[in-house]
Write a protein that binds this ligand. Structure first.
Ligand code: FDA
Length: 503
């Protein structure tokens, strides 16, 4: 028998989950949120909630003995990563055969570790990826609603042009322009007022102190400060941390039962619990939600799940790379960790790429221009259940990644040729790797909207079971994805609260 029944349960506390929790709470529906990570609201012995990127400690990564930062080396030396003790830290790197996925762990999910870039996708590409969604309604109602709730703001262009902290962006812009390419400012959920005070020395530095992938101690409007704070403020939402959902089954009366492992600070399972609910919302992210459903289908606890559960996954075409600049093109020892500009060549139908101009804040001049390219890679892979590990494995191949890197190469070969510059060979390990196409920050798909679910995220085969996170997005969205995930979740909740929860 299930214990602790709640009308609604939300699994996870990232973007999709946070939207669900807020809208359920506002509708007066008592809701339990289950998050496997910690609440990042208590300072450690150094007085800080998050550790710094330069001196990572146990708070940095999810149960690792050594940090696994995306940029592995510098001048081929392993100077970036450090030994740590295993702990429920904030950044995870989940390794599949040919692809590793970076994820945020904790109350707020990816919002705790991401680069804050709050980009609304190109309308025509959104329509291409979501042919059944009313695009006009998305762009008039749900994208604006998501941006307002997330606290999206833009950098003051005059400050951008003058500050040393964005010299790295201006150099990359100049090189793009010399190639005949267009650049565009990118909005953010990092508070630029705070950042300007950091630069002026009147606020504690965070983005200007190298903080990002292991959390920002100041300035960032992560979900715990926006959607989740509002959700808890309704008085109807309760949040449990360090509780990892493992199993989902359905009783004959329609109640969903979620089996949860509660872990301690060492990762040991200290208790296994069961919660029952009428409405179950899956917001565990592309990897988390897909694994839960693939496991439930394989183990027969939700046998009616559609065959397309697990399919349609892609890494948003992510490729990271660095260019070596001429000695006179200094990028600056001081770099903000929050990207604010991208090279937008998506309209180039022969080779569509949107490349974020990324910082590399080492505190020293290094002449490196770093980029996270988002390429229009149409390759997709599936998750399947692996009984031996009781987990999902991802069938992504190295050849599928090569499609992304060849697109990135085409764009950056042009930039190098126009500026007589070269690639950096020393950033991604010992094998002179130029294009890091074997990891992603943007895992998307697995329970694709309109395939594994209906057009609103209702899981096919089961009533009152919903997906609200990045697993709905079919592998690619052309820009950084959290605004899209948030807006789609707003659309789902608006529909579900009207049609499915009427007494
Ligand atoms: P998300 O992954 O946010 O949340 C899932 C939550 O569920 C997590 O808290 C997880 O711990 C929890 N969970 C998982 N399984 C569970 C289980 N079984 N039981 C309980 N809890 C479980 N995007 C963008 O738009 N702009 C940007 O600048 C960046 N930059 C960036 C940098 C880095 C380093 C990363 C890792 C990612 C980004 N992203 C980004 C991507 C963005 O953060 C990502 O797309 C979203 O966080 C995905 O939102 P979701 O709601 O899908 O899940």
């Amino acid at each position: 028998d299930a214990v602790d029944n709640a009308p609604a349960i939300v699994i996870g506390s990232g973007y999709g989950a946070a939207v669900a929790a807020l809208r359920l709470g506002q509708a007066g529906i008592r809701t339990l949120v289950l998050e496997m990570g910690k609440a990042w609201n208590t300072p450690g012995s150094d007085g800080k909630i998050f550790c710094s990127t330069r001196e990572p400690d146990e708070r940095s990564m999810w149960f690792k003995t050594r940090t696994e930062a995306p940029l592995a080396t510098f001048l081929w030396l392993d100077v970036v990563n450090q030994d740590i003790s295993p702990h429920p830290g904030v950044l995870d790197r989940v390794r599949y055969a040919n692809m590793s996925v970076f994820l945020g762990r904790g109350v707020g999910g990816g919002s705790l570790v991401n680069g804050s870039m709050a980009v609304t996708p190109l309308r025509s590409y959104f329509a291409e990826q979501f042919p059944t969604v009313d695009t006009a309604e998305m762009y008039s109602t749900y994208f604006p609603r998501a941006r307002a709730m997330l606290g999206v703001n833009t950098i003051d262009p005059a400050w951008f042009e003058s500050t040393e902290w964005y010299r790295f962006s201006r150099i990359s812009r100049a090189h793009a322009e010399k190639t005949g390419l267009r650049t565009t400012f990118v909005p953010s959920v990092y508070d630029f007022g705070h950042m300007q005070r950091e630069a002026a020395g009147t606020a504690t530095k965070s983005a200007l102190a190298g903080e990002v992938i292991y959390g920002n101690n100041h300035g960032k409007k992560s979900l715990d400060k926006t959607y989740l704070a509002a959700a808890l403020g309704t008085g109807n939402v309760t949040l449990h941390t360090l509780e990892r959902a493992r199993g989902i089954r359905r009783l004959s009366d329609g109640t969903y039962v979620v089996t949860v492992d509660r872990i301690d600070g060492t990762g040991t399972v200290v208790e296994t619990k069961e919660y029952g609910c009428t409405y179950l919302f899956l917001g565990a992210g592309s990897v988390g939600t897909t694994e839960l459903l693939v496991r439930a289908r394989a183990k027969g606890t939700l046998p009616a799940l559609d065959t397309s559960v697990g399919a349609g996954w892609g890494p948003n075409g992510n490729v990271m790379l660095g260019r070596a600049n001429h000695l006179w093109d200094t990028v600056g020892a001081n770099q903000s960790t929050m990207p604010v500009m991208g090279i937008d060549d998506w309209a180039n139908t022969a080779n569509p790429v949107f490349a974020e101009i990324a910082p590399l804040p080492t505190g020293l001049e290094h002449w490196v221009s770093l980029y996270l390219a988002i390429t229009k890679n149409t390759e997709r892979a599936s998750f399947t259940y692996d009984a031996a590990g009781d987990s999902a494995k991802l069938g992504w191949s190295a050849a599928q990644s090569a499609v992304s890197s060849s697109m990135a190469k085409k764009l950056f070969d042009r930039i190098n040729s126009a500026n007589s510059t070269m690639y950096r060979y020393d950033l991604f390990g010992s094998s002179n790797k130029v294009f890091a196409d074997d990891f992603t920050y943007h895992p998307l798909g697995g329970c694709v909207l309109g395939k594994a679910t209906d057009g609103y995220g209702r899981v096919k085969g089961y009533s009152k079971l919903y997906v609200t996170d990045g697993s709905l997005v079919p592998g690619s969205i052309g820009v950084n994805p959290f605004v899209t995930i948030t807006a789609l979740a707003e659309r789902t909740m608006a529909r579900v609260l009207v049609e499915d929860t009427a007494p």
